[in-house]
Design a protein around this ligand. Structure first.
Ligand SMILES: NC(=O)c1ccc[n+]([C@@H]2O[C@H](COP(=O)([O-])OP(=O)(O)OC[C@H]3O[C@@H](n4cnc5c(N)ncnc54)[C@H](OP(=O)(O)O)[C@@H]3O)[C@@H](O)[C@H]2O)c1
Length: 312
């Protein structure tokens, strides 16, 4: 299949390009950060420029577009709302229009942050959203545009961790990095989530486009954990003492924008459709550890185009 992945230099997009390139024809779009992923056709495209989107799509007509690119930095979106809207909403509109014109199916990656309430039970796809930050609001508007443009579109709400190509760190990488430096870290006991490893998400997204799933779907862990429990599980799996994970409340943090306390995603719908359970948090962390042991993280980092150029 011919699959285009936007945000190829990002956490999710970079992993999707790498993992799919061995079994699909893959093109990845990046913008400020060149990445060189084996067997993948990498193209520099500024999503803020409608002409660039149109030309790049017409030059390589994909069957599927997995739209990962976004400003996913919650505090930055809050500080620069106009810019966040241009990327998260307006460029999604242009991409969706052009995808419809070439009959490509759009898979739009969204976020658990569209839910805000502190209630104990997880949120189902049909439930009312309540985005409270600029990031959540703009991602939610992107969802609506993607679905309005074509009945074939798929919106995936998720919450991810994994290994980055670029030097920046996802939550999982940060926890391991700090523990490797012999530091203690704080884990919030009052923030709960349903995180999925990007490698697991890649497997489920592939299933989604092969089986032509459409509409809105949650892809997240089977169970719910607090950020404190998540860090403890990581510490245990990687052989560090859990005592270096200190419990804390989110009010002690330096996070600027509002963070929902329990944006937990129910995965009952996808589990019913697939007849299979989503991975538990522990299963995801075990795979995260096994990948580390296999040298997956080092391999990914070698695709950083900036480093590759420096080494020449
Ligand atoms: N990370 C999370 O915890 C999380 C949780 C839930 C949902 N999500 C969603 O999952 C998706 C992927 O997130 P992520 O963490 O992988 O994102 P990320 O690592 O922050 O990557 C963002 C990507 O967007 C690209 N981009 C930014 N501005 C662009 C522009 N003007 N033109 C073209 N590309 C541009 C970046 O390319 P350059 O750097 O090359 O410019 C980068 O590849 C996002 O839609 C996000 O909302 C993420």
């Amino acid at each position: 299949m011919k699959v285009l992945i936007t945000g190829a230099s990002g956490l999710l997009g970079g992993n999707l390009c790498y993992l799919y390139a061995s079994r699909h024809e893959v093109s990845g779009w990046y913008f400020r950060h060149p990445v060189q992923i084996p067997a993948c056709r990498m193209v520099k495209v500024n999503l803020l420029d409608p002409n660039e989107i149109k030309e790049a799509l017409e030059a390589w007509k994909p069957e599927y577009i997995i739209h990962c690119a976004a400003n996913a930095n919650v505090d930055d979106c809050e500080a620069h709302p106009k810019e966040a809207r241009r990327l998260n909403v307006e460029s999604t509109r242009v991409l969706a229009e052009n995808a419809a014109a070439i009959k490509a199916k759009l898979i739009y990656i969204s976020t658990d942050s569209v839910f805000t309430s502190d209630r104990d039970s997880s949120f189902r796809e049909e439930e009312e959203t309540a985005p409270r930050t600029v990031y959540a609001q703009t991602k939610y508007e992107g969802e609506k545009l993607a679905l309005a443009m074509s009945p074939e579109s798929l919106v995936i709400r998720t919450c991810i961790y994994g290994y980055n190509i670029l030097p920046k760190k996802s939550l999982g990488e940060w926890v391991i990095g700090e523990l490797q430096l012999q530091k203690s870290i704080q884990g919030f006991t009052d923030l709960y989530f349903t995180p999925i490893l990007v490698n697991d998400l890649a497997d489920w997204l592939e299933r989604a486009f092969k089986q032509s799933w459409r509409g809105c779907l949650h892809m997240a862990s089977h169970d719910v954990v607090s950020k404190y429990e998540f860090a403890c599980l990581l510490a245990r799996e990687f052989g560090f003492s859990e005592s270096r994970v200190k419990s804390a409340g989110v009010e002690t943090s330096s996070l600027k924008a509002f963070r929902p306390k329990r944006p937990c995603l129910s995965v009952a719908k996808i589990e019913n459709m697939a007849g299979e359970k989503m991975p538990t948090v522990h299963q995801g962390i075990r795979r995260f550890y096994n990948l580390y042991q296999e040298g997956y993280q080092k391999r990914l980092k070698s695709f950083n185009g900036h480093l590759a150029t420096q080494g020449k």
